[in-house]
Design a protein around this ligand. Structure first.
Ligand code: GLU
Length: 230
């Protein structure tokens, strides 16, 4: 299980994501990436190897926007390649994932039978496709995330961006740590406290099956059925 960082605010997310990933480097990783939303535009940067490669990539192809998620991956399903690096974005939903999705083969086969073409070998990529499927069925963004998570088994933490709801960042945990950092006019998610310390000392540890919806000015935490828990 490796590193997750996310932010929703007003300033450019990219430096916060890259600095946050550096503070998670001590955990070890084999690839890294970020996704940043600017209105309806999802920008993606992913590399195999170290964060210095991500910084080089971003110097040539900058990502700019007030909402973003980042990840350092330690591969469990699929080799450490750029295609398997997170976030997974097919193409208007972005997901970063720590942990394992133990039953991913089942939804993967179902989605493939429905015509979905997978770009990676990971157990993660089913998640954005399950969210997409639920959105197509007419669910709200938060309900689509809940519907997807109900189909997962294993220990995981997820950070999720959805194009079209650029004013929200979603975070879910089950068995893998995930924290909310409460800032002034900006809020954060992270898989441990280290990347949050420069921005806030006010942190909330999510419990299993919590879904947090972060907006710039507030955070709501519900359970997987949608009941507000805090
Ligand atoms: N199981 C996921 C993968 O292999 C996430 C691994 C991690 O925790 O970094 O891509």
């Amino acid at each position: 299980m490796c590193g997750i960082i996310g932010v929703i605010g007003e300033r450019n997310a990219t430096p916060i994501l890259v600095e946050g990933l550096k503070r998670l480097e001590y955990r070890g990783y084999d690839s890294a990436g970020i996704a940043v939303l600017q209105g309806e535009t999802m920008q993606l940067a992913r590399v195999k190897g170290k964060l210095v490669h991500l910084e080089t990539y971003l110097a040539e192809s900058p990502c700019t926007g007030p909402v973003g998620i980042g990840h350092t991956r330690w591969a469990t399903h699929g080799p450490p390649t750029q295609e398997n690096a997170h976030p997974h974005t097919p193409p208007r939903r972005a997901v970063v994932h720590n942990g394992n999705n133990e039953n991913y083969q089942h939804p993967r086969h179902m989605l493939q039978e429905e015509g979905v073409v997978f770009q990676s070998a990971t157990d993660t990529e089913v998640v954005p496709h399950l969210i997409e499927r639920a959105l197509q069925q007419g669910l709200t963004a938060a309900d689509a995330v809940r519907a997807a998570v109900r189909q997962l088994e294993g220990a995981f933490a997820l950070g999720i961006l959805i194009c079209g709801v650029a004013n929200m960042l979603f975070a879910v945990r089950r068995g893998s740590p995930l924290l909310i950092g409460l800032g002034e006019g900006e809020n954060f998610i992270a898989s441990d406290a280290a990347p949050l310390v420069p921005y806030t000392r006010r942190m909330v540890f999510l419990q299993d099956n919590d879904l947090a919806v972060l907006r710039r000015g507030n955070v709501t935490v519900t359970d997987i059925e949608g009941q507000i828990v805090r």
